[in-house]
Design a protein around this ligand. Structure first.
Ligand code: FES
Length: 182
């Protein structure tokens, strides 16, 4: 279902409460993994202005980048090991562009392929962590697990990890807008 405004009835109220509660959890976890707290703290404000096809028990990704941003030389990203990266992206807010700090995982499954994933679990928005031993993204909140390419594997997440558009140009990785989930 597509909603024009997330502020619709009791469901929105419940979701707003959950998002506020998880913002604190996200900030604590972010500090542990070195993600800028400012970016995560800003996320709920942007979530509240998003249009998104929501499923029960699911939250939209944060925030929706609206332009392209260089993430640096492709050689700075090791093949086969997702890299957690703080990045500042352009986000359209009420007709104005705001540069917003977020964090993403950058993947190079092989030398020719790049993917960029939102770090938030698609269940209730906790930041997921990459386990090099398990070769999985693991969510500390309710046991959600995603494969190395972000596919949902276990637990309550209703969809794969959200992705941003990605390309390589002149040996640099570029991150674009979020790809809306099907
Ligand atoms: Fe519930 Fe990730 S937030 S499993």
């Amino acid at each position: 279902m597509v909603t024009d405004s997330p502020a619709v009835g009791g469901r929105a109220t419940r979701r707003a409460f959950v998002i506020r509660a998880l913002a604190g959890v996200g900030a604590a976890l972010a500090a542990a993994v070195g993600v800028p707290i400012a970016g995560l703290a800003a996320a709920p404000a942007f979530r509240s202005s998003l249009r998104w096809p929501l499923q029960a028990g699911s939250v939209p990704p944060t925030p929706r980048a609206t332009g392209w941003t260089s993430l640096g030389p492709v050689d700075g990203f090791q093949v086969g090991v997702p890299k957690l990266l703080p990045v500042t992206v352009p986000v359209e807010v009420q007709g104005a562009t705001e540069w917003t700090p977020i964090a993403v995982y950058v993947l190079r499954p092989d030398a020719d392929t790049v993917a960029i994933l939102d770090i938030h679990c698609t269940h209730m928005g906790c930041p997921v962590g990459w386990s090099q031993g398990a070769k999985r993204f693991l969510c500390p909140c309710h046991g959600g697990a995603f494969t190395a390419d972000g596919a949902r594997e276990a637990g309550p997440p209703p969809r794969p990890m959200d992705r941003y558009r990605a390309l390589v140009a002149n040996q640099e990785i570029w991150m674009g807008p979020l790809i809306e989930p099907a």
